[in-house]
Design a protein around this ligand. Structure first.
Ligand SMILES: *[C@@H]1O[C@H](CO)[C@@H](O)[C@H](O)[C@H]1NC(C)=O
Length: 187
């Protein structure tokens, strides 16, 4: 099915929504743990946002990704078509009720120039902007596992090569995620 047709169908259907993922949910087997209906539609670009990392999450063994509004920065991600029934489980995974992340609608551009509205999540805590060439401070670094999930997801989705290279250069904190998460991810 071509992309345009797919978007048209999604827009005309009330049973599905589009979700823009930029963190661990780039990886198919990760998103499917909680959201079995997720279908990959394509990659997309979120303008005027920057990928950043916040807060220590014990199960991940490190900080997790957020997309922070910052002028002239861009975040690449995956557009997933999700069944409405999965919206609650996605909100739960993102900790919306606990005020970890909040959901918002954003305009996403595909490489073909199609504009589409997607649901995405931003962490409620906005980290301080780093200086040019300043590395993520230790307490904001993702674990080995979380970084690996993002990099593998970016490769699996075929995000642009320079963006994948940027992800590979992110410093990690030298820790692994919990055994439970690693087992579920097969990592
Ligand atoms: C992380 O996991 C790898 C692979 O299982 C292991 O070799 C390494 O020792 C672990 N590192 C830490 C800090 O637990």
């Amino acid at each position: 099915m071509n992309l345009l047709l797919c978007f048209t169908m999604v827009h005309s259907s009330r049973d599905y929504f589009l979700y823009f993922a930029y963190g661990s949910n780039l990886l198919r087997r990760r998103i499917r743990i909680n959201n079995p209906s997720a279908e990959f539609v394509g990659i997309g670009l979120l303008e005027n946002h920057q990928l950043d990392f916040v807060k220590y999450y014990g199960n991940w063994g490190g900080a997790v990704a957020t997309a922070v509004p910052r002028p002239s920065k861009t975040v690449w991600g995956a557009i997933w078509k999700m069944h409405m029934d999965d919206q609650a489980s996605l909100d739960m995974q993102e900790g919306v009720a606990n005020k970890e992340y909040f959901a918002k609608m954003v305009q996403i551009y595909t490489p073909d120039g199609i504009k589409t509205k997607c649901r995405t999540y931003q962490h409620t805590f906005t980290p301080q902007v780093l200086m040019a060439n300043e590395l993520l401070p230790y307490e904001r670094r993702p674990s080995i596992t979380y970084k690996e999930v993002i990099v593998q997801g970016a490769i699996e989705c075929s995000l642009p090569t320079d963006y994948i290279e940027m992800l590979k250069l992110l410093p990690h904190n030298g820790r692994n995620a919990s055994d439970d998460i690693r087992k579920r991810l097969g990592m």
